[in-house]
Design a protein. Structure first.
Length: 293
C-alpha cells in the first residue's frame, strides 16, 4: 500500500495559499515532511487525516479515495496532532480504554482492556498506567499519544511535530518507538526539526509556502550538494563585514565563534574550506532558492 497525492491545493479565507499543487508518492515506512513553521505541513496533515477539505487535487491510499471516502480512511488511520488535550484526572488505562471503545476496538470490555494494556506496555507506560495523563511529562504524553494513534492497528499513521519541546532522552525514546512502528506501515512525520528526519526517515520531502521543493531519500539529498558546501570559522566582525558574496546556508556559534556554511559551485576563497554536506544544508539551500524565486 502507498499514499499517492496529486496536485493538492488549499487556500484559506483571506487568500493564504497553504497548499499549492502538492504531488507526492509515500510508500510504506517512515516519511519525513520537513518545512519551517507556516510552510503548509499541518494543512497537509489535517487534510490527509480527513479533518479538513482540499480545494482541488486527489489523494489515494491504496484503493481508498482519501478526500471522498473519509469513513474508510478513519478505519485505518492513526493521528497524533501537534497538541492534544486530556481529561485532567483520568488515568492512562481508563482514557485509552475510553478512546478504544469510541473507535470500536475489541468485541467486549475484556478484549479492549487487553489491547490497552498491550499498547501501554509497547510505549513503556505500563508502570504509570494508573496515573492521570495530565501529570505526565511531555515525552510521556507524546508516548501516550502514539498509543492512542495505534488503536485499531492503523495502516497510515500521521504524527505532527511530535518531538517539539522534548529533552534529548525523551526524543531518543520517541525515535525508537516511531522507528519500530514504521517497519510495517506508512508513517508520515511532519516536523521543522531536521534531525528528526535524518534520524528516522528513509524518504522525505521539503515544503515551503505550500509548495513542494524537494522529495527523495535524505542520503540522496545530501549527496546532491557534495562539493558545493563550504565552511569557515570567523570572528563576529568578519561575519558582519562579509567581504564575500555567496548564499549563506547556516550560521551557528561553535566555541563562541560563528561557523558559517555557504553554497558555492566553485572555490569561494576567503579562507573557506570544502565541507561534508548534511541534511540541514539541503533544507536551507532549498529554502533560499524558494525565497529567491
Amino acid at each position: 500500500m502507498q499514499l499517492v497525492i496529486e496536485n493538492l491545493s488549499k487556500t484559506y479565507p483571506g487568500g493564504v495559499r497553504a497548499l499549492d499543487g502538492v504531488s507526492l508518492v509515500i510508500p510504506k515506512g517512515m516519511f519525513g515532511l520537513l518545512g519551517p513553521n507556516g510552510a503548509g505541513k499541518s494543512t497537509l496533515m489535517r487534510t490527509l487525516a480527513t479533518l479538513q477539505n482540499a480545494d482541488s487535487g486527489t489523494a489515494r491510499l491504496g484503493d481508498i479515495d482519501v478526500l471522498n471516502e473519509k469513513t474508510r480512511v478513519r478505519e485505518i488511520l492513526g493521528y497524533l496532532p501537534q497538541e492534544f488535550g486530556v481529561y485532567p484526572r483520568t488515568s492512562a488505562v481508563k482514557l485509552l480504554g475510553h478512546l478504544a471503545a469510541l473507535k470500536g476496538v475489541g468485541a467486549n470490555s475484556r478484549d479492549r482492556l487487553a489491547v490497552v494494556e498491550s499498547l501501554l506496555e509497547r510505549v513503556n507506560l505500563s508502570d504509570v498506567r494508573h496515573k492521570p495523563v495530565a501529570t505526565y511529562s511531555g515525552g510521556m504524553r507524546q508516548r501516550f499519544g502514539i498509543a492512542q494513534a495505534l488503536l485499531g492497528d492503523p495502516q497510515l499513521l500521521i504524527v505532527d511535530e511530535p518531538t517539539a519541546g522534548l529533552d534529548p532522552g525523551e526524543r531518543n525514546r520517541f525515535y525508537n518507538l516511531l522507528a519500530e512502528v514504521g517497519e510495517s506501515i506508512i508513517v508520515i512525520l511532519s516536523t521543522h526539526i531536521v534531525q528528526d528526519v535524518k534520524e528516522l526517515c528513509t524518504n522525505m520531502a521539503i515544503i515551503h509556502h505550500g509548495r513542494l521543493l524537494k522529495s527523495g531519500s535524505p542520503s540522496d539529498a545530501e549527496e546532491s550538494l557534495r562539493g558545493y558546501v563550504w565552511s569557515k570559522s570567523m570572528s563576529k566582525r568578519e561575519l558582519s563585514d562579509k567581504s564575500w558574496d555567496y548564499p549563506v546556508l547556516s550560521t551557528k556559534l561553535v566555541a563562541g565563534s560563528p561557523l558559517v556554511r555557504i553554497y558555492s559551485e566553485e572555490d569561494p576563497g576567503h579562507g573557506f574550506s570544502r565541507a561534508e554536506p548534511d541534511l540541514e544544508d539541503v533544507f536551507f539551500s532549498y529554502l533560499n532558492r524558494s525565497k529567491a524565486s
